[in-house]
Design a protein around this ligand. Structure first.
Ligand code: PLP
Length: 626
């Protein structure tokens, strides 16, 4: 006879499945005196075995399946181990890549910088300090506001719609007043960069083009076929200019020597072109290589639009030093930072701060070897870089003739003299372009497709761009390249060779295009910037290293001699002030920093830049103060 405990496993499974197991345990508890009755019951239950035998294999399998809880219980430790192992693997991989990319010394420096930043951040938040910092930041923002936002009894602020619309004359009169507000005189060549003016006649032509295409929008190519045609031609002229009528010799040549199969888009400006280039590279890496933690390697001098793209599109940025004396991106450092997550390398032709062209040929070789896309930021170089050689200047290779170059951004609204709101992004292949497209096939409003960030776009600006390029032509651009780069060389030569300037100022690297940056080992360069500002100049202050730059434009060409003359005066005056201070035994101590020195010299040198971020945020708020 079998006891309940001794029932075969199989039978117990069936009993359990039939809900009898519990009952059975109760029934066979050894305290009972009705053993005989129980034995009978057991017999009955053993009959269940027969049921079991009658069940199909599948039914038995179903019946024997343990509780889901059983699975969870036994699988949990294993899952925990796997997660821990993956976590460990991920962090080990990160640590190895970090070590490879930055080296031990780099990691120690990074840790030191991060620690200082954190500690200084905590210090800034300490009671007392925080109140003081807030007070000073809001004072600085109020000063800024007083400068930028006109106030006073003679200023009328329009903060709500007029009840009745104004007449045409009234609107025009107000526009003339607004246009005439006091400003730094770009018209007299006093502003570095910013206004890439192609001359009054060109402005007039652009205005007429705007008038013809005011309402146009390239999102509706059937409604505005002329705008579609112009936009395609701007891209083609900018990158693909097809040469030769005969199809055998016909090859796609261009300002940027794009190969056959190349493609492009137009955008609203350099920043959008760069955003799109980064997006395309990210999508390509995700689609073709499954990269989910994208990284890009950029020179520290590359335009902040790359950092913006990284912030928008979730890309990790590795900044690479651009050390003296060349101030070009350090190629071995870039090479070390490339790994399986790298989606893009970047080089500038030239960069904004120092006007230096990175070693694009070396970057291209690296890109080919490591099979990573390479973007060349030619936003600033725009219509100067492609014409340097023809205008008689030394140049450097930077375009699609270098096999590793996969995309180039070129701002038609800079040295192409198109109205602001125009840029072109060129790709080596159509596939690369397609990665930046946005297509929504199932929207209730219909199939939606747009090539870049904006939806509706101003066709008038495209018309202005097309008109500018057609009216300048290649000869026009070679001529303006000659004038602009010629004036830049003149200023550079004065700084290198005029005794007053060469003794105290030094040019950063060897600029080949339209920007020259200079620094000083003897005078506070920011004081020079402030004194030049007081003389009506708007030059750009730079940081790391502290410097000033001039981006020469056509209006500056005519003012180059005046610029050199004023610089000589300012440097002499600064040196004299320094001599007096030293004679009075004060040296540099006790000198209140000027505005630029306060921002870049004092605030900029703090280990934690949160104060600068607060100031900049306040500045942005000020822009919307009516
Ligand atoms: C080298 C470089 N890249 C990109 C940009 C961004 O261009 P934008 O201001 O048209 O967005 C600039 C602007 O000065 C630049 O100098």
């Amino acid at each position: 006879m079998r006891s309940a405990i001794g029932l075969p496993q199989k039978t117990r499974g069936v009993l359990a499945a039939l809900g009898l197991r519990k009952r059975m345990r109760t029934v066979f508890h050894p305290v009972s005196t009705e053993v005989a009755g129980q034995i009978m019951k057991v017999k009955e239950l053993v009959a269940v075995q027969e049921v079991e035998e009658a069940l199909s294999k599948q039914e038995m399998h179903e019946l024997r399946r343990p509780d889901p809880g059983y699975y969870v219980e036994t699988a949990m430790p294993r899952i925990r181990n796997i997660i821990f192992f993956l976590f460990l693997l991920r962090w080990t991989k990160r640590a190895v890549l970090q070590l490879k990319g930055r080296g031990i010394i780099g990691i120690i420096i990074d840790t030191y910088v991060a620690t200082r930043r954190t500690l200084y951040g905590l210090f800034l938040r300490a009671p007392g300090v925080r109140t003081q910092v807030r007070k000073q930041v809001s004072q600085a923002i109020s000063n800024l506001e007083a400068k930028l936002v006109p106030q006073g009894p003679d200023v009328t602020r329009y903060l709500s719609l007029p009840k009745e619309g104004w007449g045409e004359e009234q609107v025009k009169a107000e526009l003339v007043k607004l246009e005439g507000m006091e400003h730094t005189r770009w018209e007299d060549g006093r502003v570095s960069g910013a206004v890439y003016h192609g001359g009054k006649d060109l402005t007039k032509l652009q205005t007429e083009a705007f008038g013809l295409f005011t309402v146009s929008n390239p999102i509706h190519p059937d409604v505005f076929p002329g705008v579609r045609k112009m936009e395609a031609e701007v891209v083609a002229m900018g990158c693909l200019v097809e040469k030769g009528a005969n199809s055998e010799t016909r090859q796609v040549l261009a300002m940027f020597n794009a190969p056959q199969g190349a493609a492009g888009v137009s955008t609203s400006g350099g920043t959008e072109s760069i955003l799109m280039a980064c997006l395309s590279a990210r999508q390509k890496a995700y689609t073709e290589r499954g990269v989910k933690e994208p990284q890009m390697v950029i020179p520290e001098t590359a335009h902040p639009a790359f950092r913006k793209a990284a912030s928008y599109f979730g890309i990790q940025v590795h900044l690479v030093a651009t050390p003296a004396p060349s101030y070009k991106a350090h190629i071995p450092s870039i090479s070390r930072l490339i790994n399986s997550n790298t989606i893009l390398l970047v080089g500038s032709a030239p960069n904004f701060p120092h006007g230096i062209i990175d070693d694009i040929a070396a970057l291209s070789r690296l890109a080919v070897r490591k099979k990573v896309p390479l973007h060349v930021d030619c936003c600033l170089g725009s219509f100067l870089m492609p014409f340097l050689e023809k205008a008689g200047f030394v140049t450097d290779s930077f375009d699609f003739r270098l096999q590793g170059v996969t995309s180039i951004s070129c701002d038609t609204h800079k040295y192409g003299f198109a109205p602001k709101g125009n840029s072109v992004l060129l790709y080596r292949t159509k596939d690369l372009r397609a990665y930046q497209y946005f297509i929504s096939p199932d929207w209730s409003g219909g199939v939606y497709a747009s090539p870049s960030i904006a939806g509706s776009r101003p066709g008038a600006l495209i018309a202005g761009c097309w008109a500018s390029m057609m009216s300048q032509g290649e000869a026009g651009y070679i001529s303006t390249c000659h004038q602009i780069v010629g004036a830049t060389k003149k200023i550079e030569l004065a700084i290198r060779e005029l005794p007053t300037l060469s003794s105290d100022l030094s040019i950063i690297g060897k600029p080949l295009v339209s920007v020259i940056a200079f620094t000083s080992g003897t005078i506070n360069i920011y004081d020079i910037a402030d004194t030049m500002t007081a003389k009506g100049w708007h030059l750009n202050a730079l940081q790391s290293p502290p410097a000033i730059h001039v981006a020469v434009t056509l209006p500056i060409v005519a003012a180059a001699d005046k610029l050199i003359g004023d610089l000589v005066e300012v440097v002499e005056a600064e040196k004299e002030r320094e001599r007096v201070r030293v004679a009075q035994g004060k040296g540099k101590k006790g000198v209140a920093p000027g505005e630029t020195a306060a921002l870049y010299g004092v605030a900029g040198s703090l280990p934690n830049k949160s104060i600068v971020v607060d100031l900049a945020g306040g500045f942005l708020d000020t822009l919307y103060k009516a």
